[in-house]
Design a protein around this ligand. Structure first.
Ligand code: SF4
Ligand code: SF4
Length: 432
């Protein structure tokens, strides 16, 4: 188990396209439109608080959390609400959102959140897990049992993405201070910042603060999916999170580096989450890391990188392993958008599917110890009880099995769909 966990893969990382590109603040003009989705998180969508023709300020709350697993949404610009309707979403196809015409492009959010209890403040600021999971952070910061270790996830193991890396070297102190705030508030004994060893500059940057702030930096082997919560906990602490359970079951919580920075901005500066760093890369003229207002159209990010190189065949929102494919750039950046990656036909592997040749590569690659080749058969045959028996709910949808499969079987796709069916079975059993 040299990775810290079994399985995993070593894809071509292609991070050098943007690793040395400092985060560049995207500029905006009067009358541009941003489109802010009311659901940018796991859980219930926010309830809109504004109407058409209403003037809003940058940082103003425009969507209110609806339920415990939900969070607030804020305007990333000062301007006028021009419409409320459906927006394109990489995850769900369509999502309700608010279109705002910018009146003052220079405006940034003022300090608007003060005097609240820690978890309420994080909810108020609309912070979610920014590594892609988008779980509302205030919920994760309300663990029902004692946590002894806080791990800050700086693995950024997805190929192409470097926005976390840049934040680790450009906002090192803010990330550490955000992590220390969590550690102090939840009275957690130990703080460990975990970074893959292909990011020596980030490791060096954190190491400069180790004595002043009392934490540990752990360099981890570079292997995908090192940043998966369960893999990270096993690599860092040697603890196994039981099937169907959360990290808190083994006394751990994990937060992404960008989430820590957002949390610091909220607690120290009273700022809501209205912008994020995004890596725009692949077949664009000048790949970049951009600081982008939430709601900015993906097309504007592509333009900011000089446009396409050649003919785009596929655009991925997020990382290439766990992100979502789309064929449109008419889609807003959300709190989950870590990357926009453009692929031409020649960049993509042949997708010609053939029969399984029983080579076992998917089994060796699976970081959860599953048997994807067998699970696939049950998924195709809709034998969901059997799929449950073969632990599909332990699948973290990392895509390692599909990546290594010489027969190009779309394994992870079957498991994503299969898991939804299996969850229905589990729920029915629980309700009996
Ligand atoms: S997608 Fe699921 S089955 Fe495939 S390798 Fe990842 S965890 Fe294993
Ligand atoms: S990697 Fe593909 S071909 Fe090989 S056993 Fe798994 S599903 Fe079959």
């Amino acid at each position: 188990m040299t990775n810290g966990f079994i399985g995993g893969i070593h894809p071509d990382y292609k991070k050098t396209l943007t690793a040395d590109k400092p985060i560049e603040k995207l500029s905006y003009e009067k009358d541009e439109i941003v489109s802010i989705p009311l659901s940018q998180h796991i859980g219930a969508p926010a309830q809109e608080l504004v109407k058409k023709k209403e003037q809003v300020l940058c940082g103003q709350k425009i969507g209110a959390s609806k339920g415990f697993i939900s969070t607030n949404i804020h305007s990333s610009v000062t301007g006028e609400v021009v419409s409320i309707g459906n927006l394109n979403s990489p995850l769900t196809g369509k999502v309700k959102g608010i279109n705002i015409k910018i009146s003052n492009p220079e405006d940034s959010p003022k300090q608007i959140i003060t005097g609240k209890k820690f978890q309420d403040l994080i909810l108020e600021a609309g912070i979610v897990g920014m590594g892609g999971a988008t779980f509302p952070t205030h919920v994760k910061l309300s663990p029902p049992k004692k946590i002894d270790t806080l791990i800050i996830n700086g693995a950024e193991c997805e190929p192409f993405l470097t926005c976390d890396y840049r934040q680790m070297i450009e906002s090192t102190e803010e990330i550490i201070k955000g992590a220390k705030i969590i550690q102090d508030e939840l009275k957690i004994e130990k703080l460990i910042i975990a970074v893959e060893d292909n990011k020596p500059e980030a490791i060096k940057a954190f190491n400069k603060y180790v004595h002043g702030f009392n934490f540990e930096v752990k360099a981890l082997p570079t292997v995908y999916p090192q940043g998966g919560e369960k893999q990270l906990i096993l690599s860092v602490l040697g603890r196994i999170v039981p099937e169907g359970k959360l990290p808190l079951e083994v006394g751990v919580i994990v937060h992404n580096v960008a989430t820590c920075k957002a949390l610091y901005d909220a607690v120290e500066n009273g700022l809501p989450l209205t912008e994020r760093a995004v890596t725009v890369t692949g077949a664009v003229k000048e790949p970049k890391n951009l600081l982008v207002k939430i709601g900015t159209p993906v097309s504007k990010l592509i333009d900011a990188c000089g446009g396409y190189v050649g003919e785009p065949e596929k655009i991925v929102i997020g990382g290439p392993m766990m992100g979502f494919s789309t064929n449109t750039t008419d889609m807003p950046v959300s709190k989950a958008t870590s990357g926009v990656i453009v692929f031409r036909k020649e960049d993509l592997p042949s997708l010609k599917m053939t029969n399984c040749i029983r080579c076992g590569r998917c089994v060796n690659a699976c970081p959860m110890g599953l048997v994807p080749a067998i699970m696939e058969q049950f998924a195709i045959s809709e034998l969901y009880e059997r799929l449950l028996d073969w632990h599909v709910l332990n699948c973290i949808e990392c895509g390692c099995c599909s990546y290594v499969c010489p027969a190009r079987r779309p394994l992870v796709g079957y498991f994503k769909t299969g898991k939804r069916q299996v969850m229905n079975i589990v729920k029915k059993r629980e309700n009996k």
